[in-house]
Design a protein. Structure first.
Ligand SMILES: Cc1cc2nc3c(=O)[nH]c(=O)nc-3n(C[C@H](O)[C@H](O)[C@H](O)COP(=O)(O)OP(=O)(O)OC[C@H]3O[C@@H](n4cnc5c(N)ncnc54)[C@H](O)[C@@H]3O)c2cc1C
Length: 376
């Protein structure tokens, strides 16, 4: 039955491409519409945890996604004077890779096209209706058995459907960039250690992402004008993290600031239209699982629809099954960002508990340990 079914997907990001690959592998005729002139993911690097790796493996995209990238084994938190606050070893919670975003996007696009999906760039969707009609900025329309709105946090399709939505800006945001490793860092090889340096409401995350590059994320309150300025305000950041001055001086003119957002919908679907990824459940990146949950939900969507005669009913079942782990992830991602607005002594107490509490560890790694629907 599924061989003749058609899906139109708005958005060629992590969520849209994972969904395209998953549906095409189940025999759907799939077309992805990306409004950009090419598939491109901003934001330098991205963490993929065990749950995301399982999805990538199922989609046939894992090898290409992580080729040449770093496997993280240890995450350290340090204070502004380089003292270790907590150490987390990933061990039991599975694999963690830090990968280049562009490489991840290309790996997913490759998996989708190998499975038969078509990807159209420069194609902007403007609206969809519950009967499966999608309309494009060009004025063209298409009719499908399924429309997927994977068009990001500011989803135009979601908003046009009038789905009750709680969308809020978080108090913080981040500048992300890639910088070349120094010859000494290259010679050191892959240490497998990522370090998050905290100083009050500012954070500098340093992650080896390939043999030759580091992924740097500077996080700050949105009200921190000098902190969020791009190019990075070297003096302002070096004053907060004196021991990192040599690194901060290497950041150069690049970098892009994004404020974190949070989205919660009354429902993830309307008729034949499914809302997916950041469009449905954006979250701050404190757990590094926004992309992971988007990929899990894309694969789960294809799994729930496989062989289902009633698409709206299958979409409702998909949401019932997947929403709990997604909302847990959203709650935790907000919780682990809270210390940024706490006084330093309370922050330190929290990090101390963090490093010792099994319960907190369980809550934090639950999504990474989750077995995604549709994986073996
Ligand atoms: C600082 C930061 C760090 C992060 N770190 C991690 C991490 O380590 N691990 C992780 O898993 N997640 C991380 N995330 C979250 C992750 O980036 C997102 O959850 C993920 O990109 C969501 O994918 P998406 O496909 O739903 O949306 P998007 O990535 O926003 O993709 C949407 C796509 O749709 C296109 N589009 C938009 N509107 C239209 C339209 N009308 N028609 C056609 N195309 C359209 C856009 O051009 C874009 O290509 C981080 C986020 C931030 C801000």
């Amino acid at each position: 039955m599924s061989a003749t079914r058609r899906a139109e997907i708005a958005g060629g990001g992590i969520g849209g491409l994972a969904t395209a690959a998953a549906l095409a592998r189940k025999g759907w005729q799939v077309r992805v519409h990306e409004r950009g002139a090419r598939l491109r993911d901003t934001g330098a690097g991205i963490y993929i945890y065990e749950n995301g790796m399982k999805v990538l493996e199922t989609l046939g995209a894992a090898e290409a996604a992580i080729a040449g990238c770093s496997r993280a084994t240890t995450r350290e938190m340090r204070d502004g004077r380089n003292r270790v606050l907590s150490v987390h070893r990933w061990g039991a919670s599975g694999r963690v890779y830090s990968v280049l975003r562009q490489q991840l996007i290309e790996a997913l696009a490759g998996a989708a096209t190998r499975a038969g999906a078509e990807i159209v760039t420069g194609s902007e969707a403007v609206s969809a209706t519950p009967d499966g009609t999608i309309t494009f900025a060009s004025g063209a329309t298409a009719q499908a058995d399924l429309v997927v709105a994977a068009d990001g946090v500011n989803s135009r399709i979601r908003d046009g459907l009038g789905i009750p939505t709680r969308k809020r800006d978080m108090p913080d945001g981040a500048i992300r960039l890639l910088i070349p490793k120094t010859p000494e860092e290259v010679a050191l090889g892959d240490t497998g250690t990522t370090v998050e340096n905290w100083q009050g409401s500012r954070r500098i995350l340093v992650t080896p992402v390939s043999d030759t590059e580091l992924y740097i994320a500077l996080t700050m309150l949105d009200s921190d004008t000098s902190g969020k300025a791009t190019p990075v305000d070297v003096e302002s950041w070096a004053a907060a993290f004196p021991h990192l001055r040599p690194l901060i001086e290497r950041l150069g003119p690049g970098g892009r600031y994004d404020r974190f957002g949070h989205v919660k919908l009354k429902t993830w679907s309307q008729g034949r239209v499914a809302i997916l990824g950041d469009a449905a459940h954006a979250m701050p990146p404190n757990l590094g699982q926004g992309g992971g949950t988007a990929m899990m939900n894309g694969l789960a969507l294809a799994t729930h629809l496989d062989g289902a005669a009633d698409i709206p009913a299958a979409l409702a079942a998909w949401e019932r099954a997947e929403r709990p782990i997604t909302e847990h992830t959203q709650r935790m991602s907000i919780f682990f960002g809270r210390p940024a607005s706490w006084p330093v002594p309370i922050q330190r107490g929290f990090f101390n508990i963090l490093s010792k509490s099994r319960k907190v560890g369980e809550l934090r790694t639950r999504t990474a340990r989750h077995i995604p629907t549709g994986t073996a």
